[in-house]
Design a protein around this ligand. Structure first.
Ligand code: ZN
Length: 255
């Protein structure tokens, strides 16, 4: 995967924010158009997509869920990222970058016509900047049996931070941690282990589901208007995307 396979998604999210009032926050046209952009790409690639609806602050909220047909439905590898921004900016690193890395991963699954052992599900969360509202609504709406089928949840929240110090790798599910950590250290890239907290995976962790994932860390434009596509380091974004692809491939193949 090269930069030209992931950066166009970030440029598209920037254009959406530019034409929709400067942000992609919960309850806005910018968020609605962000969902439509990702959903159209997934539908075209052969995913089964659906919208999970919830209400927050008097406005309808949406999580976009995409299943790749095939794999054992009793053993799900679930990957997610939040798609909403704060109202104060376009949210391209936080978290257009994770959303784009996740979309590029899903499209790579389709391109390879992957036949995973475990079932692959992807989700883009809404209203997370309001306090993990979308992901917690999704987990709450799952039956205990449905929760039990999720073997692991992988998250990416900020994937293209400039002047990155280290990849912050969530140390919870051992196989996910080993896969991400192994990817970065094999390339002499600096990592730092972190616990569950601060992002979408908390909703899954709180439900007792093993979690993994990583972040590239905050930057000076986090949650403000300058979090534009120029706030992304394309090389970091590309490395992050490839780390996600590598880990999804590994976990999908094991059983
Ligand atoms: Zn975020």
């Amino acid at each position: 995967m090269t930069a030209d396979q992931v950066m166009p998604h970030l440029e598209a999210l920037q254009r959406i924010a530019d034409r929709d009032g400067g942000n992609r926050a919960h309850g806005t046209v910018g968020y609605r158009d962000s969902v439509a952009y990702v959903k159209a790409a997934l539908d075209k690639a052969g995913f089964r997509t659906s919208l999970h609806r919830f209400t927050h602050d008097g406005a309808p909220g949406y999580n976009l869920v995409a299943d790749w047909p095939g794999g054992d439905p009793r053993h799900i590898v679930f990957a997610g990222a939040h798609l909403d921004s704060v109202p104060d900016g376009p949210g391209i690193n936080d978290n257009g970058s994770g959303s784009a890395a996740l979309l590029a991963t899903a499209l790579q699954v389709a391109k390879a016509n992957l036949k995973p052992q475990r079932h692959l599900r992807f989700a883009w969360w809404g209203a997370e900047e309001s306090g993990m509202v979308g992901s917690s609504a999704y987990v709450r709406d799952l039956s205990p049996a449905e929760r039990a089928r999720i073997d692991v949840y992988l998250n990416v929240d900020m994937a293209g931070t400039k002047n990155i110090r280290n990849w912050l790798v969530v140390d919870d599910d051992p196989a996910a941690y080993a896969a991400f950590e192994g990817y970065f250290t094999a390339r002499n890239l600096p990592t730092f282990a972190i616990g569950i907290g601060g992002s979408d995976h908390v909703s899954f962790g709180d439900a007792g589901i093993p979690v993994g994932g990583f972040a590239t860390g905050l930057d000076e434009c986090t949650h403000v208007a300058c979090d534009r596509v120029e706030n992304i380091d394309p090389q970091t974004e590309t490395v992050s995307t490839n780390a996600f692809i590598s880990t999804v491939w590994q976990l999908a193949a094991s059983h």
